[in-house]
Design a protein around this ligand. Sequence first.
Ligand code: FE2
Length: 345
Amino acid sequence: MTSPHLTVKQLFDRESCTYTYLLIDAETGEGAIIDAVLETFDRDMQIINELGVELLYAIETHAHADHITSAGKLREMTGAKLVYGESTGIKAIDIPLKDGDTIQLGHYRIRAISTPGHTNGCTSYFCDGMLFSGDTLLIRGCGRADFQDGDPGTLYDSITQKLFTLADDTIVYPAHDYNGRTSSTIGEEKAWNPRLGGNRSRDDFIAIMNNLNLDMPKRINEAVPANLSVGINFDANRYLLQDFDMNDLHRVWQELPENVLVMDNRTPEEYARGHVPGSRNIPMGTENEHVDELKQYERIYLYCRSGRRAQTTTTNLNFQGLDRIVCVSHSGMPDWEKAGYPVET
Ligand SMILES: [Fe+2]
């Protein structure tokens, strides 16, 4: 994995199957790390210290939903600059990059390629014949597009119109692999990626992506807000209510403190058929219009039918800077009714 002057170390986090990449210009000793994970911070620091790397950049491909970044901590410890795509909207970034922007690493240039679709702020990075594709393009796959403002059509365009125009022998280093594969090439993915290789159509791709029916990432409630503050100064206790269910909601609801909102984000029709008494209906997709009023609440409890919509909206609101949401992520109104709790129509 070494070219004459640029060394790439591919590091792995077993828990989230995340790949972290440490790029080092062997001549100058300057380095950049891509998608570093908080849990493996000590390991990464040890390598950086042992190799005498002067870490210039902590680069992220996007705000991850499955693990917490160590980018903020790396900046504190090494003085590295935080580099993200501008469209992530993260406030703590030192160097926000737009499509085509570059940063210099020793003799090498790292170029940002804006690749929205998995999330709105996804950025891939090209350097010396290698593509660090984040979750945009995975080996024989791609990132999901069903939360964090993801969009399958946009993802298709990013991959086919931007990444697939790179040279076929470009090495692809993704942010994850769940099957032990470590790299691919643009040529391979163009031919063999089952979701969009072989010139598969945009419509086919969208249909595939809309039918994945994946569970939400286990740590999404904790990881997204934490990553929006680049993995530092977040209150972990606030996100420990991950298994909050309708029985828990009932307990809270019985003595609902003032300034606390129970929010139902199902459709107005579903809401009309029966909802938690006193809850307010803000259907999924309209929450952005209510951000300012929602920010007034001390805490918001959010439920839907199965937990899926509540989860999606929670993530969207997290992106708008609202982090006081407790999401009922694995159950919903049917469980409330089944338990015989009061229902308002
Ligand atoms: Fe991701």
